[in-house]
Design a protein around this ligand. Structure first.
Ligand SMILES: [Zn+2]
Length: 79
């Protein structure tokens, strides 16, 4: 019945995932628990991301979240 929507995470789940991504942690779907999270664009290197639009898609349950990664405000040099 009806059209298929793109499923999105609930706000708290999305925040959870975004935070993990920003901190360079392993990504795990907060909804279904799958670790098969596709990131677009891919992380170039550990720690240092590129500013711009990031999309995280769970291949397990097809939910996705997109956010704008701002490079400014994220101090580099935490080693
Ligand atoms: Zn999932």
């Amino acid at each position: 019945m009806g059209r298929r929507h793109v499923k999105e995470f609930r706000p708290d789940e999305a925040l959870n995932l975004i935070t993990a991504d920003r901190e360079g942690k392993e990504l795990r779907c907060p909804s279904c628990g799958s670790e098969a999270i596709e990131r677009t664009p891919r992380r170039p290197r550990k720690g240092n991301g590129t500013p711009g639009r990031v999309r995280l898609t769970c291949t397990g349950c097809s939910r996705l979240v997109a956010y704008i990664d701002r490079a400014t405000g994220t101090p580099v040099g935490m080693r």
